[in-house]
Design a protein around this ligand. Structure first.
Ligand SMILES: [Zn+2]
Ligand SMILES: [Zn+2]
Ligand SMILES: [Zn+2]
Length: 306
């Protein structure tokens, strides 16, 4: 984009011969500058007037200066001009602006011939690698459908609609795992979560992707409440990973694609990380110390009143 030095070699997609896991070797990112230890509005690149946001804004997107994917397929999204906000503390109108921007960027990237899958995500907190505290997320446009969403999509019917209708293994206990439901969207503790307080957020009616999903105000309300409950749970800013799964942009029908967000909070108690360690990484089998029905009850109690 600017003075980033000599052109970086393109990313190199390799597939591990043992596990078949795709690995992008992104050499250019080792050249990222070290940021100051403390980032305040005075030296923040995302605050209005900063390097990446020279003009005033409500929400803003731009190409990632240190892209893990080439050709303008990695973007940064600024959720608020206010350095000290977080996604879960945004006012309703501001969150609706974020949702609109997510939908708009999904459409724009999905329209490209070299994009087969759009992933919206946020890493919240230094514990999950967020180097700048200013509220922001990212978008990747993959030129293939990655294995995790692909595995979800290969079912011949919609697992989310099944669960919402009380069917399948997750259906019967679904009502007890609901944390909040507003405006046609619902947030619930996952039936078989890898993280103790992991949430799924989805529209109650089947919709394949964010641009096609109605009730963006309902998504904004539900997500704000759910993320607020995560911060209320232990009275600390919960570090989490958040990502949105939606229909691939490869032109196929994908009838089982039902847009949803996964929110994976990494703490299991105040300041205590839940590590995914050898027994789990080495097997693909997760061990979760908290009953999801209990997790939902604790999160309901942590919802802000009013
Ligand atoms: Zn800032
Ligand atoms: Zn569905
Ligand atoms: Zn998913």
């Amino acid at each position: 984009m600017t003075d980033a030095g000599p052109p970086a070699p393109g990313p190199d997609l390799r597939v591990d011969p043992l596990t078949q896991t795709p690995v992008l070797v992104v050499r250019a990112r080792q050249g990222r500058p070290n940021l100051p230890a403390t980032i305040t509005p005075a030296n923040c690149p995302f605050c209005p007037g900063g390097l990446e946001a020279p003009e005033p804004y409500t929400v803003r997107w731009f190409e990632n200066r240190w892209p893990p994917l080439p050709n303008g397929r990695a973007e940064i999204v600024l959720f608020s001009p206010d350095h000290y906000q977080s996604l879960g503390s945004l006012p309703q109108a501001q969150m609706e602006a974020v949702v609109s921007l997510w939908a708009e960027r999904t459409e724009a990237l999905a329209a490209r011939a070299d994009v087969a899958y759009v992933l919206l995500f946020e890493n919240r907190g230094p514990e999950v690698g967020a180097t700048i505290p200013h509220p922001h997320g990212q978008i990747y446009g993959f030129d293939f459908v990655p294995p995790v969403p692909l595995a979800e999509l290969e079912a011949d019917r919609c697992a989310t609609c099944q669960e919402l209708a009380g069917k399948g293994p997750a259906g019967p206990s679904h009502p007890g795992r609901v944390v909040v439901a507003e405006g046609g969207w619902r947030a619930w503790c996952a039936w078989a979560p890898a993280f103790p307080f992991e949430l799924t957020v989805a529209p109650e009616d089947h919709a394949a992707d964010l641009p096609g999903a109605p009730q963006h105000a309902g998504l904004a309300q539900t997500l704000r409440a759910a993320l607020g409950a995560l911060d209320g749970l232990f009275g600390e800013e919960m570090p989490y990973m958040l990502w949105c799964h939606q229909r691939p942009a490869d032109g196929k029908a994908w009838p089982s694609a039902h847009v949803h967000f996964h929110v994976a909070p990494i703490h299991r108690a105040k300041g205590v990380a839940r590590y995914v360690a050898s027994g789990e990484v080495g097997t693909g089998v997760m061990f979760n110390p908290v009953d999801p029905e209990d997790a939902a009850e604790r999160l309901r109690k942590a919802l802000r009143v009013g």
